[in-house]
Design a protein around this ligand. Structure first.
Ligand code: HEM
Length: 479
């Protein structure tokens, strides 16, 4: 079959890609790692951050080659999900293999002996997240403030996930033993899905998370279509949003994707305190105060559509709220996906359609999972949060752009909008304080003004998820 063309990667299949009938996407889906086009969906995950031992390159390559047979392809992920659904209908419990991703950093490729032309070329990936220019762009805290494990040079990330925690830990133990002589596990994170009473996935502040995602697969498009009509927001996306050609792929359609990994600690008591303070200051309900910070109520209702929790939907934009009287411009979801806002800026020189198109190309596929307290209502100031992961084709234009050019800055669509109160980083370094959005008026006391950040970066890195054929054909003498 002919390889996919540039145009085919850029087109949006109306119904989404169907892995049960993959047609021209067959090679791509069998060679692409899972979790990219769709989240792995398992309840538990362990992330092992590896540093390769310097004198073990050949043995490491051999290990990666063998291990590649356990890495889950997009095709396998979809087959297993299909089986799970069919069995569930029949009341049968499905036993599935652990879900596995294997990712490399630029330093990891170098440590394995790859030449610069063989290493994926996206600039932030080449630099690494500890690089000064990246740190300054994102306004991240100093590396010395990161957790010690993240301060090490990291070469690879192993993501292993399963619904059964016992099975997962067994797999992790086995892998750790295999790796003992070849690589050091310099850091480990254990993640899990938190759920609310309706069994929806939430984050530690209690808000439903993962509602708005770019969708690629037929099953996801169909599910979204049942709830939303795609009139005001179309969640479908082309493969070009998320895939990058693997320079070492062995097949005609060998693709990979860049992963941004950020450990974001959430200070739950501080967030709840800020919500209370804002509610008192604006004389509104506390839930509404939270929704003004996030852009959605805890149940997922967009605050631009309703000032009480009403219905979870993703079929909305801000066209009828251009003065931001319902949803503030700085609200987390409005900053991270303005849904056409940038086209409403007069004299920008582009049409609304062009602006929307450009905005949509900044979208990311979020694949995060929680860490810390198992009960978010008991989470303390430290120790709990989000292992934020997102896939994209181009880190510069996607994650870095959202964080640096939308979330962090004061002027956004209009002047003095303020940073995103959730994730905006206004000043790099230790003395950083959360800046209170100006629209809410000056707080009366210094204490009130000194809101600490509710979200703190504890470390992170940029990775590439290579094609499976590259991993499988890695050989000790391969350059
Ligand atoms: C601890 C940190 C974070 C928390 C608690 C958080 C929470 C949330 C919640 C509750 C939503 C709404 C539900 C949804 O649409 O899925 C959301 C949406 C979103 N978040 Fe975050 N988030 C965090 C960090 C980030 C970061 C670092 C970024 C990127 C720079 C980001 C980008 C987005 C995007 C793009 C959306 C979807 C917006 C839309 O399409 O309407 N988030 N987040």
């Amino acid at each position: 079959m002919a390889p996919l063309t540039e145009e085919e990667l850029q087109e949006i299949p109306a119904e989404g890609i169907d892995p049960t009938n993959p047609g021209k996407y067959a090679t791509l889906l069998s060679d692409l790692q899972g979790n990219i086009l769709k989240g792995h969906g398992r309840d538990h995950a362990v992330h092992l951050f590896l540093q390769f031992k310097p004198d073990q390159t050949d043995a490491l390559k051999q290990w990666i080659k063998n291990f590649a047979h356990h890495v889950t392809s997009a095709q396998k992920q979809s087959n297993e999900a299909q089986l799970y659904r069919t069995n569930k209908l029949k009341g049968i419990t499905t036993e599935s293999d652990p879900f596995v991703n294997f990712l490399l950093t630029c330093r990891g490729y170098e440590a394995l002996g790859f030449e610069p032309y063989q290493i994926p070329g996206n600039e932030p990936f080449r630099f690494g997240m500890k690089n000064n220019s990246v740190k300054n762009l994102l306004r991240d805290p100093a590396i010395e403030e990161w957790e010690p494990g993240f301060q090490h040079e990291i070469h690879a990330l192993l993501l292993i996930a399963n619904d059964s925690l016992v099975d997962l830990l067994q797999t992790v133990n086995q892998i750790t033993r295999e790796l003992y002589l070849l690589a050091q596990v310099v850091h480990r994170e254990d993640g899990f899905v938190l759920r609310n009473e309706s069994q929806e996935a939430i984050e530690h502040f209690g808000f439903v998370d993962g509602v708005s995602q770019p969708l690629f697969l037929k099953q996801d498009v169909r599910k979204a279509d049942l709830r939303d009509s795609f009139i005001n927001w179309d969640p479908r996306a082309p493969l070009s949003l998320i895939l990058a050609q693997d320079p070492n792929g062995k097949l005609e359609d060998s693709y990979g994707s860049y992963l941004v990994y950020r450990k974001l600690e959430q200070d739950v008591p501080a967030f709840l305190g800020a919500e209370k303070f804002l509610a008192e200051k604006l004389n509104i309900d506390r839930e509404l105060a939270g929704a003004l910070i996030m852009g959605r109520f805890r149940d997922g209702t967009p605050v631009t559509l309703s000032d009480i929790p009403a219905t979870i939907t993703n079929d909305f934009n801000y066209d009828l709220d251009q003065t931001a009287t319902k949803c503030p411009f700085h609200a987390h979801i409005r900053k991270s996906n303005p849904r056409g806002d940038t086209g409403h800026v007069l004299s920008s020189g582009v049409t609304e359609e062009q602006a929307l198109e450009t905005e949509r190309n900044h979208r990311i596929a979020r694949r995060g999972i929680n860490f810390g307290a198992c009960d978010h209502t008991k989470a303390e100031s430290t120790g709990s949060g989000l292992l934020f992961l997102c896939f994209q084709a181009d880190i510069t234009n996607q994650f870095n752009f959202i964080q640096a050019s939308w979330s962090n800055i004061n002027n956004f669509v209009q002047v003095n909008v303020g940073p995103d109160p959730l994730i905006g980083q206004t000043v790099a370094g230790a003395e950083r304080k959360q800046k209170w959005p100006l629209q809410w008026g000056e707080p009366e006391t210094t204490d009130q003004f000194n809101f600490q950040l509710w979200v703190h970066l504890k470390g992170g890195e940029y990775f590439f998820a290579p094609s499976i054929s590259f991993l499988r054909e890695m050989s000790p003498n391969q350059e």
